[in-house]
Design a protein around this ligand. Structure first.
Ligand SMILES: Nc1ncnc2c1ncn2[C@@H]1O[C@H](COP(=O)(O)OP(=O)(O)OP(=O)(O)O)[C@@H](O)[C@H]1O
Ligand SMILES: [Mg+2]
Length: 222
């Protein structure tokens, strides 16, 4: 059984009265420890696909299975539980809460789920691997775009999910921090977590174990 599997997954949108398929997949399977990168032109359907895989968007037809269970058979509560524990999503753009410090932002998922937070030691180790250990008590408004991005990534890395999905996580980072972040993705994949990353940066593709290209909603191997 695959960690993640899709079956004839389709998402249709309408524009100017015309229906088009933003996502139109033949089957996709992701196994533990795989690091899959998805590239493709703007508008090709990458974010729509990630939203389907994380249950944020409902497909027009087809299914997404996590550990063999279809998202469509789960209640909203079960889907949130999957999102809190098994599948961490780092969306495109910034998603930090502005009235919380970086530390509070990183710990926020535990506050809402009621799960036991990680130790201070673990928090510091993750922050330091991303070069933000000095920023834990600052507010997002006091950080640069790249620092905010790394804080968002720290929030996903802090416990060991089964799957991490990230939408252009290094889009606003310089080359040093890009390779820092990609090396951590590589490391957690080597430790058995599956990783799916959307990227526009060709120089990062070498970190992946598999590269897929998205074109007009369809995925193909590169
Ligand atoms: N809610 C929506 N309603 C209608 N059309 C949408 C909606 N969301 C996305 N689209 C369209 O679906 C297509 C795929 O969008 P998507 O955001 O998945 O692209 P993308 O590959 O992530 O692009 P980028 O690299 O610019 O982030 C685009 O043509 C977009 O305009
Ligand atoms: Mg996108």
């Amino acid at each position: 059984m695959s960690l993640l599997k899709t079956e004839a997954l389709v998402k249709e949108y309408k524009r100017r009265g015309k229906t088009f398929r933003a996502v139109d997949l033949t089957d996709l399977q992701i196994e533990p420890g795989e690091f899959v990168m998805i590239e493709g032109e703007s508008g090709s359907g990458k974010t729509t696909l990630l939203n389907l895989l994380t249950g944020l968007t409902e497909p027009t037809s087809g299914k997404v299975y996590i550990d063999g269970i279809s998202l469509s058979d789960m209640s909203d509560r079960e889907i949130s539980e999957v999102r809190n524990r098994k599948v961490k999503y780092i969306p495109q753009g910034d998603s930090l809460l502005t009235n919380l410090t970086i530390r509070e932002n990183i710990l926020f998922p535990y506050v809402i789920s009621g799960h036991k937070p990680p130790s201070e030691e673990r928090l510091k180790a993750v922050a330091s691997s991303l070069g933000i250990e000095e920023l834990l008590d600052e507010y997002p408004a006091e950080l640069s775009g790249g620092e905010m991005r790394r804080a968002t990534i720290a929030r996903a890395f802090i416990d060991s999910p089964e799957l991490i999905i990230a939408d252009e996580p290094t889009g606003s980072l310089d080359s040093l921090n890009t390779s820092r972040v990609m090396s951590i993705f590589r490391q957690i994949a080597d430790n058995g977590t599956a990783v799916i990353v959307v990227t526009h940066q060709k120089e990062t593709l070498g970190f992946a174990s598999r590269v897929l290209k998205m074109e007009l909603g369809k995925l193909s191997p590169v």
